[in-house]
Ligand binder design. Structure first.
Ligand code: GDP
Length: 315
């Protein structure tokens, strides 16, 4: 994966020096840990995360039980793998939380350009493929064209869109069963109406796209919170661009405090950014990463498995 390729290279060279060793001394381990630390910091992993991560690796590597099946280098790699999996979400795969009584309500939050609208299409497409009946909701009334962009995304994905101008889903318009929305300018009302609409029309999953700004601002956060409080989502997914660099942690904390999101989506992991900051997000917020977005196409989307990602990074 392009985003982590330099980290992968650096970590693999950190382990290389251990390969020839029969038994590891404390200074071998410290040398390797120094290289791991530098590799992670250069990849933009947050300083606090790096510190506790390398601390745990050092402790475990020094106290490692002799494992006859693994040579010393393999033992260190295996410890790093486990700890990295831990950083990426306690090592637990966390599936999407579906409502017992549909519709399942999923709200997307994040900065402008993070990839929310694109994700809405991918998620809708993925859910439809799994036999669900998703509805995309255009509650981003901030950015010009955002509603239209979601309509295009919905059309491409073959998923209905509830859009505020008409206050109806595009397929309802086509079917001639549309009724105008009550308040096209109010995203909270649009979100609320969309849930009633989904109930009526038996859509089982509602994906609400919300407005993002270039920076964190209180007005945006209050709006997202108001939407959240109006519809009580089962999932609030915070979408973060893997290219955002060191700002990832600050942004994630702000959204965590602002809307108390339930899960993270890493987007643009196909890019050539260093990606480490995004890896810190689960660790810093304690919230799991549910999906990763790997391109602009509808299918460029994966369920996130901490264990597999850790293996890929250490490949
Ligand atoms: P939003 O403002 O959060 O809704 O962000 P958009 O969904 O409009 O995405 C912003 C830009 O990033 C668009 O040009 C998307 O095509 C692009 N984009 C979104 N997700 C990905 C991804 O996973 N990989 C790449 N390479 N581009 C993406």
């Amino acid at each position: 994966m392009a985003t982590f390729s330099s980290l992968t290279d650096r970590l693999s060279s950190a382990f290389k020096n251990l390969r020839s060793k029969g038994k590891l001394t404390e200074s071998d381990i410290d040398g390797t840990i120094r290289e791991i630390r530098r590799a992670l910091l250069d990849a933009d992993v947050a300083v606090d995360v790096v510190r506790s991560f390398t601390g745990r690796i050092r402790e475990r590597a020094l106290g490692a039980e002799v494992n006859e099946a693994l040579n010393p280098a393999q033992q260190v790699v295996s410890i790093v793998h486990e700890e990295l999996t831990g950083i990426l979400g306690a090592g637990v795969d966390r599936p999407l939380n579906f409502a017992k009584n549909p519709p399942t309500i999923i709200m997307l939050a994040g900065l402008q350009g993070a990839g929310k609208t694109t994700l809405a299409g991918k998620l809708g497409y993925w859910l439809k493929d799994a036999g669900h009946t998703p509805l995309l909701v255009a509650a981003d009334l901030q950015r010009p064209n955002a509603v239209q962009q979601l309509q295009v995304v919905g059309e491409r994905a073959g998923v209905a869109v509830f859009a505020p101008e008409a206050g109806v889903s595009s397929d309802a318009v086509a079917a001639g069963t549309a009724t105008p929305g009550q308040d096209a300018g109010n995203p909270v009302q649009v979100a609320r109406d969309s849930i009633d609409f989904a109930r009526q029309k038996q859509y089982d999953t509602v994906i609400i796209d919300t407005a993002g700004r270039l920076g964190i601002d209180e007005e945006l956060m209050a709006q997202a919170r108001n939407i959240r409080d109006a519809v009580n989502p089962h999932e609030i997914l915070f979408v973060i661009d893997a290219m955002i660099g060191q700002d990832a942690v600050r942004t994630a904390k702000a959204f965590d405090e602002g809307v108390d999101f339930t899960g993270v989506v890493l987007s643009k992991v196909d890019g050539d950014a260093r990606g480490g900051a995004a890896l810190s997000v689960a660790s810093v917020t304690g919230k799991p990463i549910l999906f990763s977005s790997t391109g602009e196409g509808l299918k460029d989307f994966e369920v996130f498995h901490p264990d597999r990602m850790s293996s890929r990074i250490l490949d």
